[in-house]
Design a protein around this ligand. Structure first.
Ligand code: SAM
Ligand code: SF4
Length: 317
């Protein structure tokens, strides 16, 4: 279905939980979020009904996200049933990778085709600092498990953080030499609570081009990413600039939060609840949400923080 600016909306991001086994400083506060009551969250059947409703309106791709989707007990069943929904062509998932050693193969068998793994540093002490609770070797074991599980594509998401990982642009980019993966550098978005990271922490994606002068630009369409390639690499480098150059004019996304709210725009406060509705009700609200997608999310900066009204773990990125 098209929104009121003629954009084709064919991509649904489903956040299956707010909860996470890490506490990344740019994403959520250390104490987490006030744990919602079980009955306030969407059930698995509701999620699948929502995916079915979305597919009937032209959604073809579903990304499962969170919080950390792999902490959800029924994650395999959610993936499998989403992949089986009529009209859905692709189910992919975004994870911090910590639980992939146990879950990579079962996820692949459940029909997940592509995986995005978040990894912002290759230094153990910095990983522990950034994620507050994480151990780098666990994330790397997750990457190895994913590589051997036969996914069609693995992308590593790196959030660029000034004063934190700009000195690691080269080693992170060189993961594309070592492994058949794409590495995507994403600008830090000023969410409601971005922890210790304030205006000095934002660095534009051109820092990547400066650090890697040998990057070759590719003509291929990378969706929201501008694509590049290191000579001899097995995967591509993507630059995603939600802050310095938003990609709203080609936005194809609708988001569903774990508590059953449709968000037409990541950075706008508007939400539409689909809790407790039947298929027809969900379709109606989804159509309304798609029609109400704003033209763009407005300026994002340290003075103009996201108006999302939630932190990233409560939306799904
Ligand atoms: N837990 C999973 C993970 O970390 O991949 C999935 C959920 S996480 C909210 C989805 C993506 O959002 C991650 O790649 C994370 O790095 C990114 N993210 C979170 N907060 C962000 C921020 N303030 N700016 C840019 N990206 C952010
Ligand atoms: Fe958890 Fe992902 Fe947010 Fe990190 S970015 S705290 S792993 S939801």
């Amino acid at each position: 279905m098209k929104d009121s600016y003629g954009r084709e909306i064919n991509y649904l991001r489903v956040s299956v939980t707010d909860l996470c086994n890490l506490r990344c400083r740019y994403c959520m506060p250390e104490e987490g979020v006030c744990k919602k009551r079980h009955e306030d969250m969407m059930s698995e059947d509701e999620m699948i009904l929502a995916v079915t409703a979305a597919a009937s309106l032209g959604i073809r791709k579903v990304r499962i996200t969170g919080g950390e989707p792999l902490v959800k007990k029924n994650i395999l069943s959610i993936c499998e049933r989403s992949a089986a929904a009529e009209g859905i062509r692709e189910v992919c998932l975004t994870t911090n990778g910590i639980l992939l050693p146990q879950l990579a193969r079962p996820l692949r068998r459940a029909g997940v085709r592509r995986l995005n793994i978040s990894l912002d540093t290759l230094q153990p002490d910095k990983y522990a600092y950034l994620t507050r609770w994480g151990h780098l070797e666990e994330a790397l074991a997750g990457l190895e498990a994913a590589l051997s599980a036969g996914f069609e594509k693995i992308k590593i998401n790196v959030v660029l953080i000034g004063g934190f990982n700009e000195d690691e642009i080269r080693p992170l980019a060189e993961l594309t030499m070592q492994y058949p993966v794409d590495v995507r550098f994403i600008e830090l978005m000023p969410m409601y609570d971005s922890g210790d990271f304030d205006e000095q922490a934002f660095i534009p994606d051109r820092k990547v081009l400066e650090a890697l002068p040998e990057l070759k630009s590719l003509d291929r369409n990378g969706g929201t990413a501008r694509l590049f390639h290191l000579p001899g690499a097995r995967g591509d480098i993507g630059l995603i600039r939600p802050v310095s150059d938003h990609f709203c004019s080609s936005c194809s996304r609708l988001r569903l939060t774990a508590d059953g709210r449709l968000k037409p725009c990541l950075h706008a406060p508007e939400e539409y609840s689909i809790r407790g509705m039947d298929l027809e009700g969900m379709c109606q609200v989804m159509e309304m949400a798609i029609r109400s997608k704003p033209r763009w999310h407005g300026i994002l900066s340290s003075e103009n923080r996201s108006r999302a009204g939630r932190n990233m773990n409560q939306i799904g990125g």
